[in-house]
Design a protein around this ligand. Structure first.
Ligand code: SF4
Length: 437
């Protein structure tokens, strides 16, 4: 697709539409274009991207839950210009099918296997496959410190240690926990089985997804809580990383340019956008720690214990026309008032409407804006049946009552997610209603 092919199909706000660099999607604040990278870039290159976002868009950038950069507020005239100027930067842009690997793939001494050769073989093999859904994604996860377990994938290959050596578990649909186990295979078999599944999905049409091949297969089960990308940590003997993220995945170009400037000043030469709305900067321990301190002082999330990192909030009002609430304001207040509830065991989903862009999977607790106020949902998606509905004015009190209930009822060793699940919708509804006329 060319830069100028912004036909109406690309400009609608259909559910599931996937913004890409050359095919941006309409949102409440204009067109949104995605810059998906396959490798690290320099801080200077990210700063240049930010300048382009300021020149052609409204200067707001997202780092998505999957670790893609998104430029907001483009027009039909400026989107093709952004496309051309980003391409002229010669960045490692992803082309074709989304085949994702963990951000530390190939440099993480604790991974079971380097997933990059498999990912590349699948990317190459998939070039000739036509008819796939626009949002089709393959995850190849070699294990290690930072896993992609919580990302949805149509097809997922997960490295496992077997007596005979490394094998790859092929899962269909869902997250690593909810995906269905197709088989456990050798490396070459894993590539050909993945390509065969993609061919079958292509033949089934552009609406077919990985889960459509999974009927009757068993779910994999929970792999445990994946590690957070935030904070400064050791990657190998000589390499550290600093995981830094803008609040709720969104920032303005100036803030990001300042962060990149400081990274350059500290001699940092390499960074990758990563999952959970993060940026991983790679350097020495002292440079990573100094950059994390600078970022913390400038409002970025720099620690897994920061309650903001436990909230998935969509753009909300005023950025999105569909939003009934200012999600970021609400989420900031929740982080401030309910840090004890936000222990990292679940993502508090704060969404401006039932589409639930920020968290397509069910959440232990979701707050969804409606015309009348707010719906509260437990163990569900934004559009699922709420256990309570409250007026805007009652939002903070309601959330505080839930946090108080969890604090009082929490059993020894129990995290917030498990406690919320045990309490269930009736107890949560009773807590929300308590103290109300
Ligand atoms: S979930 Fe949020 S960002 Fe997505 S359409 Fe609704 S209000 Fe807009």
């Amino acid at each position: 697709m060319t830069a100028l092919s912004l036909d109406r199909n690309m400009l609608d706000m259909r559910r599931g539409a996937c913004p890409a660099l050359s095919a941006p999607m309409m949102t409440g604040d204009g067109l949104l274009a995605r810059v998906a990278l396959t490798d690290a870039i320099t801080p200077a290159q990210l700063a240049e991207l930010c300048r382009l976002a300021r020149r052609h868009g409204n200067g707001i950038l997202d780092i998505s839950a999957r670790g893609n950069l998104q430029v907001r507020g483009l027009s039909e005239t400026s989107a093709p210009l952004l496309d051309a100027e980003v391409r002229a930067l010669n960045l490692p842009l992803r082309d074709g099918l989304a085949v994702e690997t963990p951000p530390l793939a190939g440099i993480d001494g604790t991974e079971i296997a380097d997933p990059r050769p498999l990912a590349e073989a699948i990317r190459q093999g998939a070039r000739e496959i036509i008819g796939l859904a626009p949002k089709m994604s393959v995850v190849v996860d070699g294990g290690g410190r930072l896993r992609l377990s919580d990302l949805l994938a149509d097809i997922r290959l997960v490295a496992v240690c077997a007596d005979e050596g490394v094998r790859w578990m092929l899962l269909l649909g869902g997250t690593e926990a909810t995906g269905r186990v197709f088989n456990v295979l050798r490396e070459t078999e894993a590539v050909s089985a993945t390509l065969a599944a993609l061919r079958k999905l292509g033949e089934m049409g552009a609406r077919a997804r990985g889960r459509d091949l999974a009927a009757g297969l068993p779910a994999n089960g929970a792999p445990g809580l994946p590690a957070s990308p935030f904070g400064a940590f050791r990657v190998s003997d000589s390499l550290f990383a600093a995981g830094i993220g803008p609040t709720f995945g969104q920032t303005n170009a100036e803030n990001l340019i300042a962060l990149c400037g400081e990274a350059e000043r500290l001699g940092i030469q390499s960074l990758k956008p990563a999952f959970d709305h993060s940026l991983l900067f790679f350097a020495t321990q002292s440079a990573c720690e100094a950059l994390a301190a600078f970022a913390a002082n400038n409002g970025f999330v720099t620690s897994p214990s920061d309650p903001r990192s436990a909230i998935a909030a969509c753009s909300g009002s005023p950025a999105c026309n569909s939003a009934a609430i200012a999600t970021h304001e609400l989420a900031a207040r929740a982080a401030q008032d309910c840090g004890d509830l936000l222990d990292g065991s679940f993502k508090l989903h704060v969404t401006g409407c039932t589409k639930g862009c920020a968290h397509p999977e069910p959440s232990a607790l979701a707050l969804c804006g409606t015309a009348a106020g707010l719906s509260l949902i437990t163990q569900g998606k934004a559009g699922d049946e709420p256990f309570a509905s409250v007026a805007f004015a009652d939002t903070n009190n309601s959330l505080r009552r839930i946090a108080d209930l969890v604090r009082d009822e929490r059993r020894a060793g129990e995290n917030s997610a498990a406690c919320l699940a045990r309490l269930g919708p009736r107890r949560l509804a009773a807590a929300v209603m308590s103290g109300r006329p």
